[in-house]
Design a protein around this ligand. Structure first.
Ligand SMILES: Nc1ncnc2c1ncn2[C@@H]1O[C@H](COP(=O)(O)OP(=O)(O)OP(=O)(O)O)[C@@H](O)[C@H]1O
Length: 849
């Protein structure tokens, strides 16, 4: 059959299971299988040309999830135009296509099967636009004429039996009147109730006479069925009407729906889906309030046509409801003894933290509940806060889920969006619960100190309810809109800086500080945990690489300067990777040599090996049993020259420089404070991004030095002070600094500058000062002392009232340090300059720890 308008020769195929699209009719097809999904994504969503919307809809009786099985494809399909694609991308892509059949085609050859099938096809009948000039030709036969006439009469009869007040019926009536006869059988077969095989027969009937013959009985059967049903309904309807008064239109509408669901093609497939959902809701074991809410939504879903955007929203909502672990939990394996063992095996050191965690778990074990304060681990990066959280989950036998809060500045991230918003989703807590699938996981709220705030509300406020054990059993996510009990969830929070945790949140948590590791602790952690982990991660074995403790010490001292162990782990990883290259190279070399044996007796040379590990080359050439040992030279070859050398004594060898100790969220740090003077008008310039408090400390120090110039023996300089500009600089100029604890250091630097005396080369200091020269206590002593020790400083001047903080410092470090406890600036100056200022009144209290 030739036609002037044709469909493309090659069509992408959409496979539909157990239903048949007939030309001229429309149908909604949910896209479920992988191949159909691929077709939608690459043909329909990414292109917008008209031809890309023409697809081949082919019935099949077998369609698995992947849509892999193409053997059951029917040989005749329907070319169709995709009128609409509806759907959502969240939580997983789900689309529904509204397609309208154009004409039949015969499958000729499958050109490709993946990612979606494409076939060459032969068009079997004409497109609707082409019908006008062929209608006469088709009606030539008298038999066909009579058949068509009869069919049209019957179709009109069917429509007359339906309630014309229903828009779809009115539309159908109009359509039947104007429809060319050729299309009647297809359209009528599409709207009447018929089985898959009956519809397939109509599809297969390429000859028009044959098609009328196949479709007519279906039409007659529908009319007869409808007549009987209407009679039965009418009887009942009369009784009901007598009882309730006239409710005819709505009753009729429902009658019509129940009789001929096929007329309303929105219901296609929907019925099954909602039954499925209903079963899932019943099986989800929800509490009453949630069950009621879910059933209410399901009812709305059933009444709603699929093309409404709200349909997808309600579906997603219900899918979330059924997937939430309302009453599913994992069995707790709370055993304090075992927990202690597990924590010790996973992490070295961290005694204070482990002790508190064990106490916490012990109370939970005795009380058999997890209500209690939320633990919050505060410490610099890389000290194991997150990984301790994971260990706790493991030892409890619970699921672990990490919620990164860094940068969140919208409260809907925690509590979800109301469902009225387009693209609304539940908050991270509910999403996390859906993911873990149990209602008693361990949730690690990472970086609570980095929560932001914006116009969209304060996420910290939303977290308050989550973290309050008294309230969180009725936590209501805006999206979910029914309370969910979070009381079984074990929340652990982590933060780098306590100062930026919102106060209300801080109040609900118990803070456990992790100050950072000493050099020795780092070496042990490296030996026991990081090295074995990196060896395995890089595909090596203990027989192939050996990093002795001395080398680890060098890595710790010269290649890292951090409170945690993350950089240390990276450095060890770097060494392991370099060795992995050697081992892999050797393996392939050995393979090639084996192949070349006899052919070319080349000597194994090391010319193509980098200088790195060159002394190991002999070992590498024959390394089967010999591990590659990394010593300091090999280390330098791999990691390059040391990143940190002790520069303290070098930089302190001139007047106007002193070492201060600072606390940062990354741990303690040493800070070289420098001052210089030049001709001017007595102006003081401060650089290095200082905060207001620090600027005030500098002013205080300056004034103290001025007022004590005589006692310090720098009164000659006093005059100079008025004619000189002073510049004080704090290095790491790009990093903002604030706080009062640099007071003593600034005063010392100024005294050194004016007296032209050098500060002792082995001392670092911290302490706030008052105008009268008293030294006040400061925070972060442990971190500061550890940082000074890391930098090789063995003498520390600190406020007298901070003496108690020294108890937190590990014994071995205390023994290596001399700590000078200062009451006043006099004490500081006395010690910093090794007693060179004789006018001091009191002697400082010095303790050798
Ligand atoms: N005491 C320890 N014993 C063994 N391994 C440790 C120890 N401390 C840290 N680690 C290891 O260091 C790495 C970094 O730790 P983790 O990610 O838990 O740091 P964090 O404190 O959470 O850092 P951040 O604040 O940046 O999130 C992990 O591989 C962890 O196993």
């Amino acid at each position: 059959m030739a036609s002037s308008i044709t469909i493309p020769r090659r069509l992408p195929l959409l496979l539909v299971k157990d239903s048949v699209l007939l030309p001229g009719s429309s149908m909604r097809i949910p896209v479920k299988s992988m191949k159909n999904m691929n077709m939608v994504k690459s043909r329909l969503l990414s292109r917008s040309t008209l031809s890309s919307t023409i697809i081949g809809v082919v019935p099949t009786q077998r369609l698995d999830e992947e849509g892999e099985d193409l053997s059951a494809l029917h040989s005749i399909g329907t070319a169709a135009v995709v009128v609409q694609v509806t759907g959502t991308n969240w939580p997983k892509p789900a689309y529904t296509l509204l397609v309208t059949g154009l004409c039949r085609f015969k499958l000729q050859e499958l050109l490709q099967e993946t990612p979606f099938p494409v076939a060459t096809v032969t068009q079997l009948d004409k497109l609707p636009e082409d019908i006008g000039d062929t209608i006469k030709g088709d009606n030539e036969s008298a038999e066909l004429d009579a058949l068509a006439e009869n069919f049209r009469e019957q179709a009109a009869k069917l429509v007359d039996m339906l309630d014309i007040s229903i828009p779809v019926v009115a539309k159908l009536k109009k359509m039947l009147e104007s429809l060319p006869s050729q299309h009647l059988p297809d359209i009528c077969a599409a709207i009447v109730k018929a089985s898959y095989s009956e519809k397939i027969q109509v599809l297969d009937a390429v000859d028009l006479t044959e098609r009328f013959k196949k479709a007519l009985p279906l039409l007659m059967r529908q009319i007869e069925g409808l007549r009987l049903l209407q009679k039965a309904k009418k009887d009942r309807f009369e009784i009901v009407t007598r009882k309730e008064g006239d409710t005819r239109p709505s009753k009729m509408r429902r009658t019509f729906r129940s009789i001929n669901t096929e007329l309303d093609d929105e219901d296609d497939g929907e019925g099954d889906d909602s039954v499925d959902l209903e079963q899932k809701i019943k099986a989800a074991n929800m509490p009453d309030h949630a069950y009621k809410a879910a059933m209410k939504e399901l009812k709305r879903l059933k009444k709603m046509p699929q093309q409404m955007p709200e349909h997808a929203l309600i579906r997603n909502y219900l899918e979330l409801m059924v997937e939430l672990p309302w009453s599913k939990n994992s069995k707790d394996a709370l055993d304090v003894l075992q927990a202690r063992k597990d924590l010790d095996t996973d992490h070295y050191g961290l005694d204070k933290l482990k002790k508190r965690v064990i106490e916490y778990l012990a109370v939970r074990q005795l009380k058999n509940s997890l209500k209690g304060p939320i633990l919050c681990f505060v410490g610099p990066p890389g000290v194991g806060k997150t990984s301790v959280g994971k260990s706790i989950a493991q030892t409890l036998g619970r699921e672990f889920h990490r919620i990164a809060l860094g940068g969140i500045c919208d409260q809907s991230d925690i509590r979800g969006h109301r469902r009225t918003y387009i693209g609304s989703m539940p908050g991270r807590i509910i999403q996390g619960l859906r993911l873990v699938g149990v209602n008693n996981p361990v949730f690690l709220l990472d970086e609570v100190d980095k929560l932001g705030k914006s116009l969209h509300g304060d996420p910290a406020a939303a977290l308050l309810e989550v973290l309050d054990p008294e309230q969180n059993n009725t936590f209501t996510d805006h999206y979910l809109n029914v309370p969910f009990d979070l009381s079984q969830v074990l929340f652990i929070a982590t933060a780098n800086n306590m100062a930026t945790i919102p106060p209300a949140l801080l109040d609900r948590m118990e803070i456990i500080q992790i100050p950072g590791y000493t050099q020795e602790e780092k070496v042990t952690i490296a030996l026991r945990h990081l090295l074995p982990k990196q060896i395995t991660e890089n595909g090596l074995t203990q027989e192939q690489i050996q990093i002795p403790e001395d080398t680890l010490k060098v890595i710790v001292a010269k290649y890292t300067r951090e409170a945690g162990v993350r950089t240390l782990e990276r450095r060890i990883g770097g060494v392991c990777r370099a060795v992995a290259v050697r081992v892999a190279e050797h393996a392939s070399k050995a393979k090639h040599e084996k192949m070349d044996v006899g052919a070319d007796k080349k000597q194994v040379t090391n010319t193509n090996l980098p200088a790195a590990l060159s002394q190991d080359v002999s070992t590498l050439a024959h390394p089967p049993e010999m591990p590659i040992v990394i010593d300091e030279t090999a280390l330098e070859d791999i990691l390059g020259p040391p990143a940190y050398e002790s520069e303290v004594s070098q930089r302190l060898g001139q007047p106007g420089v002193a070492v201060g100790l600072a606390w940062t969220p990354m741990g303690g740090e040493i800070m070289f404070v420098e001052a210089s003077q030049m001709d001017g008008e007595g102006k003081v310039t401060l650089t290095g991004q200082l905060g207001d408090v620090m600027k005030e400390s500098a002013e205080l120090a300056m004034n103290w030095v001025r007022s004590h110039a005589k006692r310090l023996g720098i009164e000659k300089e006093k005059k100079l002070l008025e004619k000189k500009d002073i510049h004080i600089h704090f290095p790491a100029g790009a990093v903002g600094k604030d706080g009062p604890s640099a007071g003593v250091t600034i005063a010392t630097v100024l005294v050194s500058l004016f007296s032209k005396k050098c500060v002792r080369s082995d001392v670092a200091m911290t302490g706030e000062i008052t105008l009268r020269g008293l030294v006040l206590p400061v925070g972060g002593i442990k971190e500061k002392v550890l940082a000074a020790h890391r930098a090789g400083i063995r003498r520390i001047i600190m406020p007298y009232r901070n003496e108690k903080d020294l108890l937190e410092i590990p014994n071995n470090i205390r023994q290596e340090l001399t700590v000078v406890l200062a009451h006043t600036l006099d004490d500081v100056i006395q010690d910093a300059f090794n007693g060179e200022f004789t006018l001091m009144k009191e002697q400082p209290a010095t303790s050798k720890l």
